[in-house]
Write a protein that binds this ligand. Sequence first.
Ligand code: AVJ
Length: 329
Amino acid sequence: MHALTSLPCLPEAASTPLGAEVYRGLTAFPKKLSPWLFYDQRGSELFEAITELPEYYLTRTERGIFEQSADDIVAATDTNRLSMIELGAGTATKTGLLLAAAVRKQESLEYFPIDISGSALEEARRRIAEEMPHVACTPIVSDYTRDLSEMPRAAGRRMVLYIGSSIGNFEPTEAVTLLRRLRGQLAAGDLLLLGVDHVKDRTTLLRAYNDAAGVTADFNRNVLVRIKRELGAQFRPGLFRHRACWNDRESRIEMHLESLVTQEIAIPALDLTVSFKRGESIHTENSYKFTPESVAEMLGRSGFSVRKSWSDEKKWFGVYLAEAGERRE
Ligand code: AVJ
């Protein structure tokens, strides 16, 4: 993913994570950019705005499941010495419902939110310190997609939270690789709570990624704004159109940025000029959608087995509690 050190004669910017990703993605065919590039300050704000859109049911549906079932989820962990570790915790807003349920059951709780954004974690830490005195919160700034070695050795039984359908951004083989690595950091009997978006009618799916207010379009184009600003490229992001489509064979929503014109874009910091034909697009995101069967299969291949699951009335979103199995050598 980041082995540009082996390429000679590239400018320095090409060896930063952003520069390397943009260089590789825009010289590939078809062109692509990785979804983590969305999340600069502005992108994180736009994603927050997406979670409040009427069409974007994911966040509110998952929160509804936690409102309804947090106590039941904590009860299903079957221990009075639970600790929680959250991957990609961000500001940990939805997590509050699970933390509160754990504190109701066992009076105190160790909580380790992991995120790449130090400022989001600081906000989480401050809010939890203020509102939940019985939660001992230890934030960890780290990119869990690259490095899981910082997995805290908390006391009691650990439950790793990986919610919000973040796993949906990974191709199936990458998802299994990530979950297997996670399994490798856990003891048999430790738990994983996985939140995933379910396959549903395509109109609902498409609407969630094509909102009427155009926030998702701005979120998608923000990656171009970022490349412009951080790599000094000269072009108009407005000459790219947001496009989201449902890929039924792969069971995923895809987001693309389609060039409305034939154009050449110079990216001085990378010493690179990228040509676009009219209608040519950059693939910017996959958002995989699951069935209970496909979740169980993914978890099984990763060394976990599903213990219990929860859903909303329409079965639009699923929360799966899985247990780390015995290690097979
Ligand atoms: C944060 C990956 C769960 O796939 O729905 C929202 C990101 N992209 N709208 C998703 C996203 C477009 C989101 N995840």
